[in-house]
Write a protein that binds this ligand. Structure first.
Ligand code: AMP
Ligand code: ZN
Length: 307
C-alpha cells in the first residue's frame, strides 16, 4: 500500500469537504460525492435477493428510539429535535430573547443515530416474521454528538445498512456472508483492511460492562481501514448481531413461536470514501484500473471543484 503521508489533502476542509462553521459537519464537494455515489452503487450491486429497499430521512420517532433503549445506552451521542412552541406573539417574544434556546421543547423527533433503528418497528407492524426472515437495505444521514472531531469522525454522516430479522441461524448466516462480502469489497477497492472484534461506545460504568459482554459474545466486528494513518485505522464497516434485543423490544415473533433475532451490517459511506482518497490519492481518474472499474469510474473524467 502507498504511504498516506503522500496525501495531505484528505483533510477537513479542502477538495473533499468544505467547512460550514461547525466541527464535524461539512459540505461535500462534487469530487467527494462522485465517489460516494459510486460506492453506494457498488454496495447496491451486492444486495441479496429478497431485500426490501427503504431510504429513511435523517430524523426518526423519538418514542421509537426511546423504546429501543438508545437514550439509556448512548445518552452522550443522542441529538433531539427541539422546537419553539406557542402562538405568534409568544414565538415573536421568544425569538427576540438572547436566551431563546432555553425555551425550546423536545419534539417527537430525534436525529437518527443509525440507519437501521426504524426497520424493527416497521417489521413488527407487519405481523409475524416469515420463516425465511426479513431483509432490508436501508440508509440515512445519521447524527452522533461525538466528543472529538478528527478526520473521519463526523457529527453528521451517511450510513448504509443491510438488516436481517429472522431465526438466530438465519441472522448468523447473514452476518457471516456479509463479513466475507465486506472483505471482498475492500479487496476489490484496493483498501488495506483488518477485521477486529469490537463493542459499541456504551455510556458510563454500566456501559463498560455492556461493552465487555458484547466483546465476549462476539456480537460486533468492525472492519478497520486506514483513513488518518496506517497505524491507527478507522472503523469503516461493522457487522452486528443483536441477539433478541430488538425482537424483544418490538415483540417480533414467528408464527411457530421460534425465537427471532436480528443483525445488521453497516457501511460508513463517508469513511469509505475518505479511505479511497487516502489510499489511492486525490484524483479518481488515476486510481488503479481495477478500483475504477469496481466503482464504474472508468468513463469519468476528472471532476473540477466547480463542475
Ligand atoms: P456503528 O453503528 O457504530 O457500528 O457505525 C456503523 C458505521 O458508521 C461505522 O463502521 C462507521 O463507518 C460509521 N460511523 C460511525 N460513527 C461515525 C462518525 N462519527 N463519523 C463518520 N462515520 C461514522
Ligand atoms: Zn444497524
Amino acid at each position: 500500500m502507498e504511504q498516506l503521508d503522500r496525501k495531505p489533502d484528505v483533510g477537513m476542509s479542502g477538495p473533499l469537504f468544505v467547512a460550514v462553521g461547525v466541527d464535524g459537519v461539512y459540505a461535500r464537494t462534487g469530487l467527494f460525492e462522485q465517489v460516494v455515489e459510486s460506492l453506494s452503487t457498488c454496495i447496491s450491486q451486492r444486495r441479496e435477493p429478497g431485500t426490501e429497499v427503504l431510504r429513511f430521512p435523517p430524523v426518526m420517532s423519538r418514542a421509537q428510539l426511546e423504546r429501543s433503549g438508545y437514550h439509556h445506552n448512548f445518552p452522550h451521542l443522542l441529538g433531539c429535535v427541539s422546537c419553539l412552541e406557542g402562538d405568534e406573539a409568544t414565538l415573536r417574544t421568544l425569538a427576540n430573547r438572547p436566551d431563546w434556546p432555553e425555551h425550546l421543547s423536545a419534539s417527537g423527533l430525534v436525529l437518527a443515530p443509525a440507519a437501521c433503528y426504524p426497520s424493527y418497528p416497521l417489521a413488527a407492524a407487519r405481523g409475524f416474521v416469515p420463516p425465511e426472515g426479513l431483509r432490508f437495505d436501508v440508509a440515512s444521514y445519521c447524527f452522533r454528538h461525538e466528543a472529538t472531531h478528527e478526520l473521519g469522525r463526523l457529527q453528521s454522516f451517511q450510513m448504509r445498512e443491510f438488516v436481517c430479522i429472522g431465526k438466530p441461524e438465519t441472522v448468523l448466516a447473514f452476518r457471516k456472508r456479509w463479513i466475507v462480502k465486506g472483505q471482498e469489497l475492500a479487496n476489490l477497492l484496493g483498501l488495506n483492511h483488518r477485521l477486529v472484534p469490537a463493542s459499541d461506545p456504551f455510556f458510563g460504568r454500566a456501559g463498560r460492562l455492556a461493552a465487555l459482554s458484547q466483546l465476549e459474545q462476539a456480537l460486533k466486528f468492525e472492519m478497520l481501514i486506514p483513513v488518518r494513518s496506517e497505524e491507527d485505522p478507522t472503523a469503516c464497516m461493522s457487522f452486528n448481531y443483536h441477539l433478541d434485543h430488538f425482537s424483544t423490544v418490538w415483540d417480533l415473533k414467528s408464527e411457530g413461536g421460534e425465537p427471532i433475532h436480528s443483525g445488521c451490517v453497516a457501511f460508513g459511506i463517508d469513511r469509505l470514501a475518505l479511505a479511497l482518497f487516502s489510499t489511492h490519492g486525490m484524483e479518481p481518474a488515476s486510481w488503479p484500473r481495477t478500483v475504477r472499474e469496481a466503482l464504474a469510474l472508468s468513463a469519468c473524467s476528472p471532476i473540477s471543484p466547480h463542475s
